[in-house]
Each structure stands twice: as structure tokens, then as C-alpha cells.
Design a protein around this ligand. Structure first.
Ligand SMILES: [Zn+2]
Ligand SMILES: [Zn+2]
Length: 137
């Protein structure tokens, strides 16, 4: 997978990365549960340098991570789709919400983070790479 591109449900916001994804992770943190309205979010991490986004309805919720550092959660204000996140704790990369990719066929989760707050009914494969909180915490 060399490039990723995608957009929100209504199509007003579109994004594209000229760089290959660095990694991906399923995040079970409570904020991702709230924002996604689901049990977890699947994130594809790409370099911020090659990431471009366009759309007048792009909006930002200024969140704060467990680290106390800023987390900018970008979404479409017209349809509500969460699109990508920028983390002050991890500058230089962007975490794209994988459900908004045009092509999700290549996705295979590499790790689970924030397992400590995973819903009990979510089953995680034996042997999967897991972190109770953030990988660097
Ligand atoms: Zn939209
Ligand atoms: Zn999360």
C-alpha cells in the first residue's frame, strides 16, 4: 500500500497521503469509543508531511490525551465522520480513521492499544501485539 486516500460519509472532505503508511493500530481508549460511537477506532498512521486534506466542512475538536498533551480530532461538520487525529505527543504523523479509507481491503491490524479500556465483548486474537495504554507510556 503506497498511498491512501479517503473521505467522510457525505463526501465533502477528502484526504490523500503521498507517503506510505507507517503502521496501524486499533485504539480501545474511551475517547476513541466516544468519538467513533463504537468499541474502538482503527487508525492508519502516515507522515504528516505528505498528508493533504480538502473540504470546507472540516472541523476540529480540541481534545486532551492521557498525557495531558493536545489531541486534535478532525471530523466533517456536515456528516459527523471522524477523519484523522493529530497528536502533540507524536508530532510529524497523522492518525487516519481507517473506516474512512476508500480502500480498506489491505488493512490488517498490527497492534491494539489501550487494551485496559477495551469492551469486554471485543475478542482480541491470542498473540496479538497489545499495549495496556499508549505504547510509549
Ligand atoms: Zn462529511
Ligand atoms: Zn484512542
Amino acid at each position: 500500500m503506497n498511498r491512501i486516500k479517503g473521505g467522510c460519509l457525505c463526501g465533502s472532505v477528502r484526504y490523500e497521503s503521498s507517503q506510505a503508511p507507517l503502521m496501524n493500530a486499533i485504539c480501545h481508549c474511551v475517547h476513541c469509543q466516544k468519538q467513533s460511537g463504537s468499541a474502538f477506532s482503527m487508525n492508519v498512521v502516515v507522515p504528516a508531511a505528505g498528508f493533504e486534506v480538502a473540504g470546507a466542512t472540516l472541523a476540529t475538536f480540541d481534545d486532551v490525551g492521557a498525557s495531558g498533551l493536545a489531541v486534535k480530532r478532525h471530523f466533517c461538520s456536515a456528516c459527523g465522520s471522524p477523519l484523522y487525529t493529530e497528536l502533540e505527543a507524536n508530532r510529524g504523523v497523522v492518525a487516519v480513521k481507517a473506516g474512512t479509507l476508500d480502500d480498506t481491503s489491505w488493512l490488517k491490524p498490527q497492534m491494539h492499544i489501550w487494551r485496559s479500556s477495551a469492551q469486554e465483548w471485543v475478542s482480541i486474537d491470542d498473540g496479538a501485539v497489545c499495549f495496556e495504554r499508549n505504547p510509549d507510556a
